[in-house]
Structure formats: structure tokens, C-alpha cells
Design a protein around this ligand. Structure first.
Ligand SMILES: [Zn+2]
Length: 70
């Protein structure tokens, strides 16, 4: 979701390319998929594993919570 410069209205809605969560910032970019935007490192990892042909990627959460915005 992107607010207009004066902050009075929403210019456009941005959603995570992986999970579809609405983003309140510009989100995270990945060099693997330059035209996509993601909510978290986890979604980038998951998405790239999927692109590599992994049916059910198992990405450890580590210290990062899912949907945490960078
Ligand atoms: Zn996501």
C-alpha cells in the first residue's frame, strides 16, 4: 500500500508476490525476481525455492517472523 505524497489518500495497493499480504511500505525486492515485491526475506526464499522446482520448500523461520516488513 502506498500513500500519496501528502498522505491523504492511498495511491496504490502493493501486495507480496508470494503470500499476497498487503504491504504498508515498499516491501522487499529480490534480485532473483526484480519485478516482484515481497513482505519478508522468508517469502523471497520460499518463492525462489519454488522457482527452482522445489514442490514444498521448507524454509526455516529463524529469528524473523513471517510477514515482518524489512
Ligand atoms: Zn509474503
Amino acid at each position: 500500500m502506498k500513500f500519496s505524497n501528502n498522505g491523504y489518500y492511498i495511491e496504490r495497493y502493493i501486495k507480496c508476490s508470494n503470500c499476497g499480504m498487503l504491504l504498508y511500505s515498499d516491501g522487499l525486492k529480490s534480485e532473483i525476481a526484480p519485478n516482484e515485491v515481497f513482505c519478508s526475506k522468508w517469502c523471497i526464499d520460499w518463492s525462489s525455492a519454488k522457482a527452482d522446482g522445489v514442490e514444498e520448500p521448507k524454509i526455516p523461520f529463524g529469528h524473523e517472523k513471517l510477514h515482518e516488513i524489512g
